[in-house]
Design a protein around this ligand. Structure first.
Ligand code: ADP
Ligand code: MG
Length: 386
């Protein structure tokens, strides 16, 4: 789960990690009052679940409360489009107003769970700031990386390797070391999957502060952190993904036009491979789950139908705990609710109660091409003109 910068900074402050003074505002008037309280120059920052705001005009300097109000006015209730959002952008409902810092150096610090490496990777670079993607592409060697064994924890020699790697003044090394150690503890204690501080700023008066904070929470560990669950902001999420998650359906929107409905994550991935093999592109990942009911299957199917990009549908059901007749009935019910479904549908159905399932589909008169193995599914997908 993604959270906003202002929420991430609240977690950091609670854990005694330094961030600039600031507060979140939902209206230009509030922004003005916060700026007045802070005194002097402020930065007004669009709160969206995406990075790249600086380059997209989502971060504005203001040298008076009136200017802060104007900046907030130009951001609140607009859609911010950055290189990390789609072409439609994401709505800005709040801005963070914080004191403008006098920055001497911007460095990068990132912590991520790396499944492939089997641990937590911490990265640091002396060239932090809004050009970090360029640095990663052109000079990846300049980024220092260490792998933390989660059973042993972060070691002091690793912390030193990171802080020496970002080439800060020797007098600031202890402060940066403390920052890295504290951030790692907060990361582990709260089950983050990502914590990115870019920039970590060294100010001209020698302070070390998180000027930006991007934190992702591990969805599978959220049950351990009720207070973090409340930080969810569905205005920032894809409406179809929100709808799917309210039904416990694993759904991720993708860019292609072949909607897929599958039971089981592994089978869903194999099905997406088949679609790609056939030269087409999946419109989504969808795992309806093992113990799905007719209602859940119907809802899953309706979510696919609600995606205007979907031009073809491939259903792959391996009847086990989810019986084929339940899956078939769910699909028929969905088509009844939504009416007039004229998208070509290819379906592979095997396993428990497959004959009952086929009977339900035949009697429904829906335009579904039933196939009996994955090879046929690929051929059928092709002959549907995908
Ligand atoms: P994003 O990563 O989405 O572009 P950041 O929060 O990193 O947004 O802000 C972009 C840039 O704006 C930073 O690299 C920094 O130079 C500047 N900036 C952000 N917050 C402040 C602040 N409080 N004071 C001074 N400059 C800031
Ligand atoms: Mg940033």
């Amino acid at each position: 789960m993604k959270i906003h910068e202002y929420q991430a900074k609240q977690i950091l402050v609670k854990n005694k990690i330094s961030v600039p003074r600031g507060e979140v505002a939902s209206s230009p008037e509030e922004a003005r009052l916060i700026a007045k309280d802070l005194g002097g120059k402020v930065v007004v920052k669009a709160q969206v679940h995406a990075g790249g705001r600086g380059k997209a005009g989502g971060i504005k300097l203001a040298d008076s409360p009136g200017a802060a109000q104007k900046a907030a006015e130009s951001l609140i209730n607009t859609n911010l489009i950055t290189f990390q959002t789609g072409p439609k952008g994401i709505p800005v409902l709040k801005v963070l107003v914080e004191e403008a810092m006098d920055i001497e150096k911007e460095v990068y610090l990132g912590i991520v769970v790396d499944g492939q490496a089997g641990g937590v990777v911490i990265m640091a670079s002396e060239s932090g700031g809004i050009e970090i993607e360029d640095v990663a592409n052109k000079d990846p060697g300049s980024i220092v990386k260490i792998l933390v064994d989660p059973l042993i924890g972060l070691q002091q020699y690793q912390v030193r390797r990171l802080s020496y790697g970002i080439k800060i003044k020797p007098s600031l090394v202890p402060t940066v070391n403390k920052f890295i150690t504290s951030l790692y503890s907060v990361f582990v204690e709260n089950d983050f999957s990502l914590a990115e501080i870019n920039p970590l700023a060294i100010t001209s008066d020698g302070r070390v502060l998180a000027l930006d904070a991007k934190i992702n929470l591990e969805d599978d560990a959220l049950f351990r952190h009720n207070e973090l669950n409340e930080l969810r902001d569905i205005s920032q999420e894809d409406p179809l993904e929100v709808r799917a998650s309210s039904y416990g359906i694993q759904y991720i929107k993708l860019d292609g036009d072949v909607g897929c409905m599958v039971n089981g994550a592994g089978l869903a991935m194999a099905t997406m491979d088949i679609i790609l093999e056939a030269g087409a592109h999946p419109a989504n990942f969808l795992d309806v789950g093992g113990g799905a009911t007719e209602e859940k299957v119907a809802e899953a199917f309706r979510i696919i139908l609600a995606d205007s990009k979907v031009k073809h549908i491939l259903i792959n059901i391996f009847g086990g705990i989810l019986r084929c007749d339940i899956a078939a009935q769910g699909i028929v019910d969905a088509c009844k609710i939504d009416g007039n479904v004229n998208i070509p549908i290819v379906m592979l159905m095997r396993g428990t109660n497959v004959e009952e399932g086929k009977k339900i589909l035949h009697e429904s008169n829906l335009n579904i091409s039933l196939v009996s193995n994955l090879k046929e599914a690929a051929i059928a997908v092709n002959s549907e003109g995908i």
